[in-house]
Design a protein around this ligand. Structure first.
Ligand SMILES: [Fe+2]
Length: 466
């Protein structure tokens, strides 16, 4: 959290007040020492997990399987499961991690509210978990199969519902905070989470199932179960860490390729990132599936990677190109495909890279595809690519204003661009805005090229062959 707005502070105060009201419901005289001992052991387990999170995205999002401890409380503490889970979740306030006080309070209150909502759901669905054997029965091999199935039968579906409620409340409260705090985060685009929300929700619900495992072990081993479950919890944490590392490695691969292109062609500085962002805006506008939306952002990032295969003197040439030089530029989509086609995670993004210069009237390159023959990703990249080129300043002209660039896209819709994609992009820009481009300033030996192959307002000049 950066500097908070007053709305964010009000939001935190409301969540903390709700958590305080829930914790005030803690039964005092009506529970035995077992309730407090279970709460304390699970709160300790919660703290161990919460204090050793893995970092997601660009290391700005902490994740841990701590909610498994909260959900175990939901199951183990009977009719007081809601309040007990709230107490376990509120332990986040004492996390050993270095976090600002406001974030610490928000986290504790958020987990308390989510735990209470999960516990209330479990009780409302008449969830029960009857310990199916003692440690003595367990050690003496007493058969418990029917008791296990009965106990799980009574707990399973209410637990599944409680886990879903816990995850939804947790993420709902968190995203509320992010929306209110959005103005300070939009200043740093990389601070936004790069993970798809559905993926995060699904993995959280999956890891929440460990709460039931903890409860089952608790029935046999008592509080020692807390120590035993640390092993699967840390294996889960390790698996998520591996996945997060892989995501970061993908992002680093993309950044390295983009930097290589930007070094070669000064005009493309920041262009790849913006085309990627615009492609993501269109994907959101047309309701594209999360995995395809991520792939089209990759396509936007890498669409011009094939420039690495075009001689630098051609990219930076002033004046008219010869036919051979023009042919070299027209080859860049194919070169791009050759460069990145073995990168496994790109999948459908490859179609966007190869066909981003096709035109709806079939006069584009490299294949001369027309209309629906052009892959959807390529039709999306083509629109944002041209828009970003027009709204960036060039050596031969000033940047075009956003309304004029949208008007230019509409003028060429049908002939060059897919009209539906143009409409979607115009609506997305209207909703989200578009970052203002600072005029390009070359550094040191860098040369400002005098032509831009993406600029629909100034097509490349080619010498007629005599
Ligand atoms: Fe291109």
């Amino acid at each position: 959290m950066g500097r908070l707005s007053w709305a964010s502070w009000l939001y935190i105060a409301a969540i903390v007040s709700a958590a305080a009201a829930i914790l005030a419901l803690v039964p005092r005289g009506s529970v035995g020492p077992g309730f407090w001992a279970t709460c304390a052991a699970l709160a300790l387990l919660f703290l161990v997990c919460d204090s050793t999170p893995i970092m997601l995205g660009d290391r700005q999002w902490a994740w841990s399987p701590s909610s498994a401890a909260t959900l175990a409380a939901v199951v183990l503490l009977g009719k007081h499961g809601g309040v007990g889970a709230a107490m376990v979740g509120s332990a986040a306030v004492f996390s050993v991690r270095r976090v600002p006080l406001a974030e610490r309070l928000f986290n504790g209150a958020m987990y308390a509210v989510a735990g209470y909502a999960a516990g209330t759901t479990f009780q409302a669905l008449h969830g029960q978990f009857v310990p199916f054997c003692s440690i003595s029965d367990f050690l003496h091999g007493v058969p418990v199969s029917s008791a296990i199935s009965n106990s799980f039968g009574m707990a399973l579906w209410p637990f599944a519902a409680a886990a879903i409620v816990h995850v939804l409340v947790n993420h709902g409260l968190l995203w509320g905070m992010l929306l209110l705090d959005g103005h300070s985060r939009t200043a740093q685009p990389q601070a936004r989470p790069t993970w798809g929300l559905p993926l995060l929700l699904a993995s959280d619900i999956g890891f929440a199932a460990l709460g039931l495992v903890i409860a089952a072990l608790w029935a046999v081993f008592g509080a020692f179960a807390g120590a035993i479950v640390l092993v699967p919890l840390f294996v889960a944490r390790w698996a998520m860490g591996q996945f997060a590392d892989q995501q970061r490695a993908h992002a680093a691969t993309l950044r390295a390729l983009c930097q290589a292109v930007e070094t070669k062609d000064f005009y493309t500085r920041g262009h790849s990132e913006r085309v990627s962002r615009g492609a993501g805006m269109i994907a959101r506008e047309i309701g594209m599936r999360a995995d395809r939306a991520e792939a089209v952002r990759f396509a936007g990032m890498l669409h011009d990677v094939g420039k690495l295969g075009v001689p630098t003197k051609v990219l930076q040439k002033e004046g008219r190109l010869t036919e051979e030089e023009y042919a070299a530029i027209q080859l860049h989509p194919m070169r791009g495909l050759e460069i990145v086609r073995d990168i496994g995670f790109l999948n459908e993004a490859l179609t966007g890279i190869m066909h981003h210069h096709e035109r709806m009237d079939g006069r584009g390159y490299p294949m001369g595809f027309a209309g629906s023959e052009i892959p959807e990703f390529a039709r999306i990249i083509a629109v944002v690519d041209a828009f970003d080129s027009m709204t960036s300043s060039r050596a031969y002209r000033e940047a075009t204003s956003i309304p004029d660039a949208i008007a230019e896209l509409r003028k060429s819709a049908g002939a060059q661009f897919d009209p539906k994609v143009v409409d979607a992009f115009a609506a997305a820009v209207d909703r989200d805005g578009w970052p203002r481009q600072e005029p390009a300033q070359p550094r040191g030996h860098e040369i400002l090229t005098s032509q831009d192959h993406d600029d629909p307002m100034a097509p490349l000049q080619v010498v007629e062959r005599t």
